[in-house]
Design a protein around this ligand. Structure first.
Ligand code: SF4
Ligand code: SF4
Length: 204
């Protein structure tokens, strides 16, 4: 399910995400953790930059931190995985209409990028991941993921999606004993969404 609000953190400095990674370690200390979240929101003027209210900003940060924590826990297992897949969200395609030349195969179910636009995030991510030996899927929604995973014997999966979708995928992956790594979208909205390529490359 998407968030009930939209956000765009694509203009927030990279340092903000480094700070998020740091405070992920403090999750156990609830009061310190919440105070730190609020300090971070203030320091990076997240509300001014995004128009989000404080509680929505906290929801996003908490989800970012949860994703970061799962990545840390699963990292060792993921690094040992031999057969890996990258799941990309269709909403990050440069175009959501017929200008996107990707073909959708309902049997997979996945889009296959036709590389029509060099500056398309999906195109770039797919090329990088394929060179690293990943099978790449561009999925229209989280409900396609179990079908893809059940047909293939993946040991490791990297998923790019908004925080709420990632949280659902984490449950599905752990039930299938697959090591998961996630890259959360930094701009949601179900169209023209954005993820950080640098973060994805690090995770891959
Ligand atoms: S590069 Fe691929 S995913 Fe992006 S718009 Fe073109 S066909 Fe679609
Ligand atoms: S923002 Fe993208 S990943 Fe999130 S629910 Fe919408 S389509 Fe799915």
């Amino acid at each position: 399910m998407p968030y009930k609000f939209t956000f765009d953190l694509s203009k927030v400095p990279r340092f903000f995400f480094t700070e998020i990674a740091k405070i992920s370690y403090q999750r156990g200390m609830h009061k310190t953790f919440l105070n730190n979240l609020q300090d971070l929101i203030k320091k990076f003027r997240i509300q001014e930059a995004t128009g989000l209210n404080l509680s929505d900003a906290i929801i996003i940060l908490q989800d970012f931190i949860e994703v970061q924590s799962v990545n840390l826990v699963e990292r060792k297992k993921f690094l040992k995985a031999k057969k890996k897949a990258l799941l990309l969200p269709h909403c990050a395609r440069k175009y959501m209409d017929s200008r996107c030349k990707a073909l959708f195969d309902p049997n997979t179910p996945s889009y296959t990028c036709a590389h029509c636009s060099p500056d398309c995030l999906i195109n770039k991510a797919e090329s990088i991941a394929k060179k690293k030996g990943y099978n790449v899927y561009v999925v229209p929604g989280g409900s396609c993921i179990p079908k893809i995973l059940m047909r293939n014997q993946y040991e490791g999966v990297v998923g790019v999606a908004c925080g709420e979708e990632v949280k659902m995928a984490v449950v599905a992956l752990s039930q299938m004993n697959i090591a998961g790594q996630a890259v959360p979208l930094i701009k949601n909205g179900c169209a023209n969404t954005v993820f950080n390529m640098e973060t994805l490359v690090k995770v891959l």
